[in-house]
Ligand binder design. Structure first.
Ligand SMILES: *Cc1c(COP(=O)(O)O)cnc(C)c1O
Length: 330
């Protein structure tokens, strides 16, 4: 448990309000257990399966919560987002459900499944080169030209509150936990989840997990400032953020106890574990939290631990290739 903190930009009441908006719209995803996983770690593990959420990731929660709070004028203009994938699909599906237009700015090298799914939800996709162009600048200029409202992937109060409903549901289902392990990109998910845990399970340790190649949040916590890093090379494409958010950083500082990191090889072994043992398709980024637990990066024996599986969107070809490359080098 952390020391008392000054008022944060998002509150537990915001998470509860988001849960009301999402009721009957988002799936209440299952919480699965595995004797094999428990035996491997000596812990009692509860996996919150956001890979089974609508559009395949928790991002639907934050996007729908944000769009459903638009004013009538904002609804008329529509939503614009920049995203490497899951946030794009979350905004596209939410816009469709709420009867709005959506423009999504995506990198040219985003997984093809994510680009195709975004188009199938009825959004207009604008592609850019992530090594040469700034998605923020492209997003801002289209928003201004067309009168659309930009919905950022993590640094937005309504997005953070929406993401927190994943932990709210998990804790409602499991009761108090000793630890909650959550993957971290820009830290929207863990910020919302930490707000839920602070209220519903005050003794619960909140632990974030980043790719080893992109540990900007870990470094930011150590230095006390939002560290900016080079675009990380990792298979966890949903966690290739270069800097933690302005809103998410103070929440992480106040409510997150620790940040761990895992390697790409650990992510692939974890993907394989879910495929073979639990019959779950989890994308590399979605395995971050679970990899830290199952690969025993975090010592959690004897503890009741919640683990968020954040998403399951991966092309069949890429999925097969990752598992096969691993099998060949094992
Ligand atoms: C976006 C995303 C993350 C990271 O979430 P943040 O809110 O940016 O920390 C993790 N996993 C998946 C599957 C994602 O799509």
């Amino acid at each position: 448990m952390n020391a008392p903190h000054s008022p944060l930009p998002v509150t537990f009441a915001d998470v509860q309000a988001a849960a009301k908006r999402l009721a009957g719209v988002a799936h209440r995803t299952p919480v699965l257990t595995s004797r094999t996983a428990d035996a491997l770690t000596g812990a009692q593990l509860f996996f919150k399966c956001e890979n089974l959420q609508r559009m395949g990731a928790f991002k639907f929660r934050g996007a729908y919560n944000a769009l459903s709070r638009f004013t009538p004028a904002q609804r008329a203009g529509g939503a614009i987002a920049y995203s490497s994938g899951n946030h794009a699909q979350g905004v596209a599906l939410s816009a469709k459900l709420l009867g709005m237009k959506a423009v999504i700015v995506m990198p040219q090298d985003a997984p093809s499944l994510k680009i195709a799914a975004t188009r199938e939800y009825g959004a207009e996709v604008v592609l850019y080169d992530r090594r040469r162009e700034s998605r923020e600048a492209i997003g801002r200029s289209i928003a201004a030209e067309r009168g659309m409202t930009l919905v950022p992937p993590f640094d937005h109060a309504d997005v953070i509150a929406g993401q927190g409903t994943a932990a709210l549901e998990l804790l409602e289902d499991t009761g108090p936990l000793d630890a909650l392990v959550v993957c971290v990109g820009g830290a929207g998910l863990i910020s919302g989840c930490a707000l839920a845990a602070e209220r519903l399970a005050p003794a619960c340790h909140v632990i974030g997990v980043e790719p080893e190649a992109g540990n900007d949040v870990q470094r930011s916590l150590a230095s006390g400032e939002r560290v900016m890093i080079e675009l990380p090379e990792t298979i966890a494409d949903g966690a290739q953020t270069q800097q933690v958010g302005e809103l998410t950083f103070p929440i992480v500082r106040a409510l997150v106890d620790e940040i761990a990191t895992v390697t790409d090889a650990q992510l692939v072994r974890t993907m394989r574990f879910f495929a073979e043992r639990m019959k779950l398709v989890v994308e590399p980024t979605g395995c971050l939290a679970a990899a830290a637990v199952l690969e025993r990066v975090l010592p959690l024996a004897g503890r009741r631990v919640g683990v968020i599986l954040s998403g399951g969107n991966i092309d069949a070809e890429r999925y097969a290739r990752l598992l096969l490359e691993y099998a060949e080098t094992r």
